[in-house]
Design a binder for this molecule. Structure first.
Ligand code: CAA
Length: 240
């Protein structure tokens, strides 16, 4: 059954692959983005998926953005919290700004979006929420105290809301990608990236589509008995 789906950070990288997979699954998809107008316009041209520009770190902007999507497409049945940023630095060099930016987008952004679709899902007694966490939220990572804390926070959030949503037909799950061939991973210095690939038993970076297929399954009507779960898709790099 086709539903209204929001994918945050949905015009590039893993989010774009998720938005396309959900469209292929028959859903009406709204992809949100924070700033890159050019990438968003190109994405809409190529896919026909509508984009909405707002900052997931801003509660009021999320409230307005969700209302716009619902006016255009109907009540949201699927939310994929994908938008995320890195501000990597060894902790002795990490600034309060780097800490707050990452927590605000990756963790508070998940609260902001979920809070604004939650009551509608409760009323309609159906919801599928998937948050894209990270292998680094499970195992920690050098120079990512901020990012790892935000992504570990996403897992605690997921497990708590799974308990609250269960009686209302809302499932809440997380996917923890390992290192995927996206701009975010390509921004890591080449030498560091090579040493990371050497730690991945399948011997390569993941593809965004491999994460999108996990999300397509978790958001399907068939996945109603799966909630509070974390799917790790990391090429065997870490067994949570
Ligand atoms: N483990 C142990 N030591 C490490 C290390 C590691 N993984 N990475 C770097 N170091 C060491 C270096 O060897 C260096 O040591 P020395 O001082 O003895 O030479 C020191 O730490 C780094 O010092 P710098 O002053 O050079 O550090 P910097 O301020 O220039 O920062 C960096 C460099 C930001 C840490 C850079 O190395 C980097 O980006 N590392 C990658 C971090 C990473 O993996 N990020 C993941 C991004 S992808 C993602 O987040 C998506 C996802 O969900 C998986």
């Amino acid at each position: 059954m086709g539903r209204t789906a929001i994918v945050t950070g949905g015009s590039r990288g893993i989010g774009a692959a998720i938005a396309k997979a959900l469209k292929e699954a028959g859903h009406q998809v709204a992809a949100t983005y924070g700033g890159n107008d050019e990438a968003a316009a190109k994405f809409t041209d190529e896919t026909g998926i509508k984009t909405f520009k707002f900052d997931v770190g801003d509660y009021d902007a999320c409230k307005k953005g969700v209302a716009e999507v619902e006016d255009a497409m109907g009540g949201v049945g699927i939310l994929v919290n994908n938008a995320g940023i890195t501000r990597d630095a060894p902790f002795h060099k990490m600034t309060p700004e780097q800490w707050h930016d990452v927590i605000n987008t990756n963790l508070t952004g998940v609260f902001n979006m979920t809070h604004n679709v939650w009551n509608g899902m409760r009323e309609r007694e159906f919801g599928r929420i998937v948050t894209i966490s990270s292998i680094n939220g499970q195992k920690g990572q050098f120079a990512q105290a901020n990012y790892a804390a935000s992504k570990a926070g996403d897992l605690g959030f997921t497990k708590s809301l799974a308990q609250e949503g269960a009686k209302k037909g809302i499932t809440v799950n997380a996917v923890c990608p390992g290192y995927i061939a996206t701009d975010m991973v390509m921004a890591v210095p080449e030498k560091v990236r090579e040493s990371i690939i050497a730690q991945i038993p399948v011997g390569r970076l993941g593809e965004a589509e491999e994460i999108a297929r996990c999300v397509a399954f978790l958001t399907s009507d068939d996945a109603g008995f799966i909630t509070g779960a974390t799917i790790s898709a990391n090429g065997g790099q870490y067994f949570a």
